[in-house]
Ligand binder design. Sequence first.
Ligand code: ATP
Length: 226
Amino acid sequence: MESVIEVERLVKRYGSVEALRDVSFSVLSGEVFGYLGPNGAGKTTTIRIIMGLSRPTSGSARVFGVELYKPGGSGVRSRVGYVPGVFEFYGGVSGGRILDYWCQLAGGCSRGVVRELLEAFPLPLESAVGTYSRGMKQMLALVMAFSHEPDLVVMDEPTTGLDPLARGRVLDFVRSKAREGVTVFFSSHVLSEVQRVADRVGLLRSGVLVALEDVSSLLRKSGKVV
Ligand code: ATP
């Protein structure tokens, strides 16, 4: 099966801090890949390199065969959706305008797709984003990430700030998108949600990928791994 993301021997140092040590894995087309690790394990560092927002100290991360921080990555970018762990929206602007603006940047969104996303995650689009709760902002980021029908969506702890009901909706939604053929990279520090959503799991601890396995084998070891 085709690899959508290929991470090879990735190392990232911040001064004396070694955030990633020789991390390698592939994410296959159509799978939900869970990237599990406690806070500070290096999940965001990996994701920022994959998304081309940060350069590795050594090694590489390719998305559809391209390293996104290099020139030439722009062609691939439109095929990728991204839910960052931290996002800053202009608080005075309405959710609807932010979504419209994003769709223009992304080269257009189908109205039907946006309608379907907003049915799954209803938002007061006419209200200023500054009035949104943390969870509502998270939902807006999620709607934006899927609105241009990307082939791959990279999600950095997308259930942070959500209540259990909304969490469940996000997990079900990710599974439904995977059934439609979208590849999803899903980072989390919560074992149970990765078990529920992912096909395969990479387990990261202190910058080291300590396990890479099917969710079924992770389930057997459940409770001993994190
Ligand atoms: P969290 O869930 O808390 O975001 P994480 O698994 O995403 O955790 P990272 O944010 O990737 O972890 O951080 C990995 C390590 O790298 C941590 O020790 C962190 O302090 C360090 N680190 C991350 N970014 C920087 C930076 N810009 N400068 C210095 N150290 C950093």
